[in-house]
Design a protein around this ligand. Sequence first.
Ligand SMILES: Cc1cc2nc3c(=O)[nH]c(=O)nc-3n(C[C@H](O)[C@H](O)[C@H](O)COP(=O)(O)OP(=O)(O)OC[C@H]3O[C@@H](n4cnc5c(N)ncnc54)[C@H](O)[C@@H]3O)c2cc1C
Length: 407
Amino acid sequence: MREAELIVVGGGPAGLFGALRAAEAGARVLLLEKMRRPGTKLLASGSGRCNFSHAGPVEDFLGHYGKAGRFLKPALLGFTNADLAAFLQSRGLAVLEEEGGKLFPASGRAGDILELLLRELGRLGVELRTDCAVRGAALSGGRFVVEAAGGPWEAPALLLATGGLSYPGTGSSGDGYALAAAFGHAIAQTAPCLAPVAVEGWAFAACAGIALRGAPLELRRGEGGKLAARGRGDVLFTHRGLSGPGILDLSRSILPGDELRVRLASGEGDPDELLLAELGAHGKRGLKSCVQALGLPERLAQALLAGLGIEPSTPAALLGREARKRVSAALAGFPFRVASLGGYGEAMATRGGVALEEVDPKSMGSRLVSGLYFAGELLDIDGDTGGYNIQAACSTGALAGSHAAAR
Ligand SMILES: Cc1cc2nc3c(=O)[nH]c(=O)nc-3n(C[C@H](O)[C@H](O)[C@H](O)COP(=O)(O)OP(=O)(O)OC[C@H]3O[C@@H](n4cnc5c(N)ncnc54)[C@H](O)[C@@H]3O)c2cc1C
């Protein structure tokens, strides 16, 4: 049997930071990773650029994780966004803050962050075993015995950081839920989140690729169209429906059958007044160009008018009041009916996971089994787009690693 002082399962950002922090504190750490190399999802993150965190006061982060914000507070305050950026910068990585506050490596390469972390692991003497899927773990005589290739492996502390269920090709295929459940931990129901939306009777396939910036969004539910959630953000038209950060963030509240209203007109003014002014000023123009003047790209103006049964080349002056009202209502909040949400193959995160009530937020330690720790997306945590998920993984990993080492 091979021994270590801490075994970390999973080499994503949570496991990597857990291993680093524990090794910095002097623990002999073994990191077991199922894939041929660690950090596969990290490499894919931010379209390969890795939006690793967000700028601004760390207190602002707490509102980006729904109910889990409170649980995350000690971890986020213990290893903040500024700490993460400083950690990377002090090891030679230049950091870029994009408009809106997203943080990236200035090189635009997620691989630079992964290389840096792996260099640190090597420097601190962490033993990394890849192609090494953990199949089971149990307590025996107060020590954890972990079943994996080359093992069994044994240690007085165990950190589970196996991620969620999204993008299973990256290695995160939900193994950690069974490992945690075997120690008696409850698993909050999992579901894909940060997922694109497929729309019923999608009539905008010709608009695929069009993006609306900072569009106000409303989610309405049930017979009376009761307001279920509001949002604002960039919206991307796809071949099947809607995506983009605004939709992905709202997807945490969206259910099939909901009506998703998207303001198509840019700016803040009343679309009916704006359209009326446009029609009055340019009566000889085709209606499509008046609609474009409210900030719609040509393809979207065309599809919108065609969908409303109005000929796009109709001279503006000939548009009747009733038709104008229909156009302006659509510009103010076009009602898309949600057919379905993208599955785990498309979702950027997983809702649900190891129930937070059974984990101590001050250490990430299990309240049921002494010496057992959790970090990252395996927990019932999901954040908005914008770097909040990787930051949560790093912060919970760092907290778990330092406490596990203290044992
Ligand atoms: C396409 C995409 C883009 C994203 N972009 C961003 C972004 O720009 N910014 C952001 O903040 N978030 C982003 N996310 C989310 C973010 O990547 C995750 O929330 C984050 O990686 C979670 O970190 P983690 O360490 O908890 O889990 P993961 O990164 O999923 O790592 C878990 C690791 O555990 C390993 N593992 C699993 N089971 C076992 C086992 N049985 N034995 C051994 N090892 C195992 C896996 O192989 C994997 O390497 C993105 C997600 C996706 C899918």
